[in-house]
Write a protein that binds this ligand. Structure first.
Ligand code: GUN
Length: 280
């Protein structure tokens, strides 16, 4: 059994990013720049945004933080996005979700220019992914693909089962696995017999947001297990997979923390560099 070490690979990707930005600086070029907008004071979002800011700072990407009060109007938020869209020195724009209820998330994320949409949440970017065309790839699924590639895990012809159908993870994950030649099944809360599907998986992606959803008797001997979950159980961070039960059967498995999470953050840096290239 091998641990899929997302933390180590993310560190390597960050080093490469830092080299790229240092080379740009040496050529006297403009620094890549990511604008992050946080509305309100959700504690988890504050931590995520702080981590993204620190990642930028340590890799030579300029981080523009916009912290807005929770009662900001939709028009005010949309005009900030318009201003950042028009600013040639801003490459990527990210609005941290969830937004307070009075703000329409779809309207807000759709306002971000397609070439600056480093989360790849817009309909245009989702369409490009669906067609297998270049563009931004959403950070979590892209990070998982990179992790599988790093460990030489072939996807072609494999039974891939994704548990979860969110727009951020489940759906785009299924599309990327399909593009890589996997035979993909997407399971969700309405799936009648979850373990019937998970037991068939050569590659299982658990992204349902439910602690301990995947038990040892639900997986196949030798399966590759990727855990996207970030749940709290008795105050402790845990994934969707019961790690202790699945380790003896898995060929590869991601830990929580230290698996998918760091890869998501690393892909945001790569997407910001891609956005920088678009701006040329
Ligand atoms: N909230 C939770 N995950 C994410 C993410 O990947 N991007 C944004 N913008 N908000 C999030």
């Amino acid at each position: 059994m091998t641990i899929l070490d997302g933390k180590a690979l993310a560190a390597k990707i960050k080093e490469e990013t830092a080299k790229t930005t240092a080379a740009l600086a040496a050529e006297g070029k403009r620094q890549p720049c990511l604008a992050v907008i946080l509305v309100g004071e959700d504690p988890a979002s504050q931590i995520y945004v702080r981590n993204k800011h620190n990642d930028c700072v340590t890799t030579g990407i300029k981080s523009l933080m916009h912290t807005l009060p929770k009662d900001i109007t939709e028009d005010e938020l949309l005009s900030l996005i318009d201003k950042l869209n028009a600013d040639d020195t801003v490459d990527g724009i990210l609005v941290q979700l969830p937004l307070p209820k009075h703000l329409n998330e779809e309207k807000v994320t759709e306002r971000i220019s397609v070439n600056k949409d480093v989360d790849a949440f817009s309909a245009a970017n989702v369409g490009l992914i669906t067609l297998g065309k270049a563009g931004f790839k959403p950070c979590t699924p892209a990070g998982i693909m990179r992790l599988l590639e790093e460990y030489g895990i072939d996807i072609k012809g494999k039974e891939c089962v994704v548990v979860g159908r969110s727009n951020i993870v489940g759906k785009p994950m299924a599309l990327l696995l399909l593009a890589a030649g996997g035979t993909v099944t997407v399971c969700h809360t309405k799936t009648a017999d979850l373990s019937f599907h998970t037991k068939r998986a050569d590659i299982l992606i658990a992204a349902a947001g439910k602690a301990d959803l995947i038990r040892g008797d639900m997986i196949k001997e030798g399966a590759v297990i990727v855990d996207v979950g970030m749940n709290r159980k008795d105050g402790k961070l845990c994934g969707d997979v019961n790690f202790e039960e699945c380790v003896p059967k898995a060929s590869y498995i991601t830990p929580v923390p230290g698996g998918v999470g760091p890869m998501t953050r690393a892909m945001l840096l790569e997407n910001t560099l891609t956005a920088y290239k678009f701006s040329k």
